[in-house]
Design a protein around this ligand. Structure first.
Ligand code: TYD
Ligand code: MG
Length: 468
């Protein structure tokens, strides 16, 4: 038996230390380092001194085998995986506890099983009866899913290796799994890594598509299994605000598909249902005509998505005014505020600024600059924006409005949802042509937009100039 050297592993990021310390130098977390036994690696016994096997090197230009895919038949889910599961691929699905990972995956498993494939669902967290109960509630009880409540990786691999290999295996969750080859306690980084390694090896060998469920830590990392992120083919996060019904499945890494697609679901009494037209959902409950809100015509992946951006600009009582943003990038807000101050004469240094993307969606596009600026100015001047207008465009540091990609599909979506005009860079109008279905008001610079909005706001004596 090899001598075991103790090592100290950060449970947040997986960094290994030779001795214990209070703070992890790598990720800065306190009290996350615990002692583990350092033989997480695959045992090398029996392979010592083995000569390397020769293999054939192939030219880059060869016969192309398209990876055959196994679609779940749930379009919102398949969109994110890139058209279905690839044989032997491993997918990590992360998300907060209670967000609906188990619900989503039992629905996917049932759909695959109903299509006549062998699908296995292994829960390390719930008893078989609990999983059954949930399936019954979801109306899936009749699906030929094979079910088990197990946590030993060796037992799982032995069981699954028998007979025809399954097309799909769900492991819910990877943190509950443990393997004999590692001595640390279940849930520790070493155990999670060891278990994932063994399961991934099984998936690659048998051609089974494997889904690992992972919990996320408080800062949103799929950690503990942070180490697992590098071992799998795709990482997806299942997100949502606790207080909202909708959930978003987002690909963070995908070796076999796009990483910018999202799948939108709604949590209902009978499980997750797909939202084919998310714009309607994100715009529902909109307060028409109140100052400080602008509709942004965005794009998520290949799909246009309209959301409301809300701003509140209020006089501050603090020495350093507050800048708080939910659902958008803090540094982009700072940039837009700086451009407003420098080029548009909008003084915000005495104001607190709050910006929120309605519905709990997170926007990453710079195209939201114009909508955010419009909402901010609208709130500051107490001037409601036109209720039938959408905004999109990137704002440059010089205050110009730059065109953004896919203007035509943004406009089409806006027209479909009943909007009559769009404020965007000049180029959007020519790109969309005559069949856009709505009028494009070209915005050359942010200063123009600010002047237009401010002209309609208080003080009232300036209102008569422009009207409606
Ligand atoms: P679950 O899938 O267990 O979450 P996770 O696996 O990510 O921890 O979902 C739990 C929540 O979902 C729970 O708060 C109840 C809710 N839920 C519904 O609203 N409707 C349903 O049909 C189901 C099964 C769950
Ligand atoms: Mg669960």
């Amino acid at each position: 038996m090899a001598r075991k050297t103790p090592s100290f592993v950060c449970q947040n990021c997986g960094t290994v230390y030779g001795r214990w310390q209070g703070k992890c130098d790598a990720c800065g977390e306190w009290s996350t380092i615990i002692e583990e036994t350092a033989d997480a690696q695959v045992p090398v016994s029996g392979r010592g001194g083995r000569k390397g096997r020769r293999f054939v090197l192939e030219p880059l230009a060869g016969e192309n085998q398209d990876a055959p895919r196994l679609p779940a038949g749930i379009p919102e889910f398949d969109r994110v995986t890139g058209g279905g599961f690839v044989r032997g691929s491993v997918l990590l699905v992360g998300g907060d506890p209670g967000i609906g990972k188990s619900t989503l995956l039992i629905q996917v498993t049932a759909a695959i099983a109903r299509a006549g494939h062998r699908a296995v669902y292994i829960s390390g967290e719930e008893a078989v009866a609990q999983v059954r109960l949930r399936a019954e509630r979801l109306g899936l009880a009749s699906a030929p899913v094979e079910l088990a409540s197990e946590t030993s990786v060796e037992d799982i691999v032995a069981t699954l290796s028998e007979g025809k290999p399954p097309q799909l295996v769900i492991i819910d969750s990877i943190q509950t799994m443990w393997t004999d080859t590692v001595e640390s306690a279940p849930g520790t980084v070493t155990q999670v890594r060891g278990s994932a390694q063994a399961l991934i090896r099984f998936a690659k060998k048998s051609g089974t598509a494997l889904i690992l469920v992972g919990h996320v830590t408080k800062d949103g990392q799929i950690a503990g299994p942070r180490v697992v992120e590098h071992m799998v083919d795709a990482v997806m996060s299942f997100e949502g605000e606790g207080s909202h019904q909708f959930r978003i499945l987002r690909a963070l890494k995908n070796r076999f598909g796009p990483t910018d697609e999202i799948g939108v679901f709604e949590m209902t009494g009978s499980g997750l249902s797909e939202i084919a037209n998310p714009s309607e959902l994100f715009l529902s409950g909109r307060e028409l005509g109140s100052p400080g809100t602008a509709v942004f015509a965005g794009i998520e992946g290949t799909r246009p998505l309209l959301v409301e951006i809300q701003a509140l600009v209020a006089p501050t009582s603090l020495g350093t005014p507050r800048r708080a943003v939910v659902g958008w990038d803090q540094s982009r807000l700072a940039m837009v505020l700086a451009v407003l101050e420098a080029h548009c004469g909008v003084k915000l240094s005495g104001h607190d600024v709050y910006l929120n993307v309605a519905g709990g969606l997170r926007i990453q596009e710079p195209a939201a600059d114009l909508a955010a600026a419009a909402a901010l100015v609208s709130s500051l001047t107490n001037a409601p924006l036109p209720t039938d207008g959408v905004y999109f465009g990137e704002v440059s540091l010089s205050g110009n409005v730059r065109p953004v990609a896919q203007a035509a599909s943004r406009l089409k979506e806006a027209a479909k949802l009943g909007f009559a005009r769009a404020f965007a860079a000049e180029a959007a109008r020519s790109e969309a042509g005559n069949d856009a279905g709505l009028a494009v008001t070209p915005v050359e610079s942010l200063a123009n937009l600010v002047a237009d909005i401010a002209a309609k706001g208080v003080p009232p004596r300036r209102r008569s100039a422009q009207g409606g």
